[in-house]
Every structure is written in structure tokens, then in C-alpha cells.
Design a protein around this ligand. Sequence first.
Ligand SMILES: [Fe+2]
Ligand SMILES: [Fe+2]
Length: 145
Amino acid sequence: MQVKAAGAPAATIVSMLLESGTLAAHHRRCDALFAAARQAAMAGAATELAARIAALREALLEHFRYEEEHLFPLYEQASGAASTGSLRSQHDDMRGILWLLATASAEDHLARYRADLGELQTIFDAHAADEESRLYPLFERLLVR
Ligand SMILES: [Fe+2]
Ligand SMILES: [Fe+2]
């Protein structure tokens, strides 16, 4: 994620995220990586699939790390009572599936690979929609204070 926010004041981080649409834009980039991986999975192109999954894994892990280190603490601080526990737990669930995909052979277990990829995307889609509906409105309210 291309955000240089470390050490910046909270209001600045919020402004950067909203003005650039960074978080949502990165979700859309992950959507595109999912689509490419799914296409390779449906075509049974094992070598390409492994490469697509590697790109998806790298993007997702970086995204999760950024959110956990910068965005979630800011959200919890700004909202008072709201917790990011469920979002963090979903990150862990997705990390688990990414680990399975990284250790399984797409060539030898294509059906299993497709199923794991589908499960990962289902969790990601709901997770991203939840973040975009819960976190963004709060940040927008912070900016107009
Ligand atoms: Fe997330
Ligand atoms: Fe996210």
C-alpha cells in the first residue's frame, strides 16, 4: 500500500486516506488480483495460478498489515467503543487460507485450490464491504469536526 503515513498526525492520515481513496482503491486492486487468480484456476493453468496467488498473497498481507498497524488503532481511538477484533480475526482467517494456498500444489490439487480461493474471496468481499461501510463514515465525520 503506497501510503506514507507512519508518524503523521491522525487527522493527516485520515485526510490522506479519504482524499486519495487509498483503502477502497486497494480493495479494488485486490478484487482485480482475485479475478486474475480465479481465471487461471478455471483455466486449470497451474503455473500461472501459482504466480497469480503469490501476487494476491503479497497484496493482501501488505494491506492487512497496514490496516492493523495504522488504520484500526485510529478507528478504535476515534470511535471510542468500537472494536476491530472481528476484522482482525477475519484477517487471521484469510492468512490461514493464504498459507494453505502457499503450501498446496495447484497442479496436484486443483479442485481443492479452487475451493480455497473461492472461500478466501467470499471472506474478503464481506470483510472489505464491512470496512468500507463502517470505517469510512467515521473518518468522514472526523474530518468535518
Ligand atoms: Fe481488513
Ligand atoms: Fe481492507
